[in-house]
Ligand binder design. Structure first.
Ligand code: FAD
Length: 307
């Protein structure tokens, strides 16, 4: 219930204005968000690149303003040029949200988002790196997967995300487990109805294992995105059963979440990628992170009370 309330708050303009205007919130936000500028993103990427891989996310989502979608596209192109100039192209890729690139525009949204993402893929190819398309709420899944299929015709390394809480995902994993695919498997971060999603935590975890089995047995490159150490142990075991070497799959976690576990796993020689968001549009991303762990919410409420 708490998680649902925070996800609802992540879409509320009134809550947004209170939280964004509360200065004591800054230190809590900076635990999960690298900063507001490209310089901040590159600085954090350089620090992490010592032992980890990185996926950078220029924050933003749900835009219904075409010029905003164009600005986001340009921001990614600037970021990718910087990654190339800094020699970070081999360690750092980018993650994009189609709803930030125009998918939600009332006219031709899907087409516009595809064109914008194509331009980002071109810049990523020039920088020697890849793009992963994030997955948003279930109303966008078909459109997002269709866009990724279209992108892969020209940019075969384009990755995407599948969410284990959706009942459809085991079948989607089978569809996307072919050669060259890059699939990030996560539990799912939105508040979805029981008609399409498992709502019980243990059901989601069981689905995650079923999906992992399909991806690990397939011919693609599984990206295991979870902070759940039991599931990471299962992923390692399934990778071993499928005779995958350590270079044939990777683990992923979010910036600011379980950093010591990230270091330990990287220290054991596993490929560990950190998803690093940056930018000024941090509010919805931050609220989803609060909902994932009650202790985060306690810090947040204390900060609000102090304002
Ligand atoms: P949980 O069962 O939620 O957490 C396991 C343990 O990890 C918890 O007990 C806690 O100790 C720790 N933990 C988890 N979250 C937090 C947190 N916020 N703060 C502190 N500790 C925490 N979701 C999407 O819907 N679409 C995406 O495109 C997407 N991309 C992602 C990319 C990456 C790299 C990762 C790691 C996650 C992504 N997610 C995405 C979010 C994901 O769906 C989950 O909401 C999130 O990862 C929490 O689930 P969990 O697997 O860590 O398991």
């Amino acid at each position: 219930m708490l998680r649902s309330a925070l996800i609802a708050a992540s879409r509320s303009a009134a809550c947004r204005s209170v939280v964004e205007r509360t200065p004591v919130m800054r230190p809590i936000v900076s635990r999960f968000v690298a900063g507001s500028t490209v310089d901040d993103a590159v600085r954090v990427a350089r620090e992490l690149a010592v032992d980890r891989l990185i996926s950078l996310d220029h924050l933003g989502e749900d835009t219904v303003d075409r010029s905003q979608a164009e600005q986001t596209t340009e921001a990614y192109r600037v970021l990718l040029a910087r990654l190339a100039a800094e020699g970070l192209g081999e360690r750092a890729e980018v993650s994009v949200k189609l709803s930030a690139l125009g998918q939600a525009l009332p006219v031709d949204g899907e087409k516009i988002a595809l064109e914008h993402t194509r331009r980002i893929c071109e810049a990523a190819a020039a920088a020697g790196t890849t793009v992963t398309v994030d997955m948003e709420d279930h109303t966008t899944t078909d459109s997002t997967l269709a866009t990724v299929r279209a992108l892969r015709a020209d940019f075969p390394s384009t990755g995407t995300v599948l969410q284990a809480y959706l009942k459809r995902t085991e079948a989607d994993c089978a569809d996307f487990a072919g050669p060259g695919s890059r699939i990030r498997l996560c539990k799912g971060a939105y508040d979805e109805p029981s008609s399409v999603a498992y709502r019980d935590k243990s059901e989601v975890d069981k689905s995650y294992v079923r999906c992992l089995k399909v991806l690990m047995a397939g011919q693609g490159y599984p990206m295991v995105a979870t902070h759940d150490t039991r599931l990471i142990a299962v992923a390692e075991e399934l990778a071993g059963n499928a005779r995958r070497s350590r270079g044939e799959y990777e683990l992923q976690m979010l910036y600011g979440v379980r950093p010591r576990v990230q270091q330990e796993l990287a220290g054991r020689g596993l490929r560990m990628r950190v998803y690093v968001p940056y930018g000024t549009e941090w509010y919805p991303y931050f609220m989803r992170r609060l909902g994932e762990r009650p202790a985060n919410l306690v810090f947040f409420l204390r900060a609000l009370a102090r304002r």
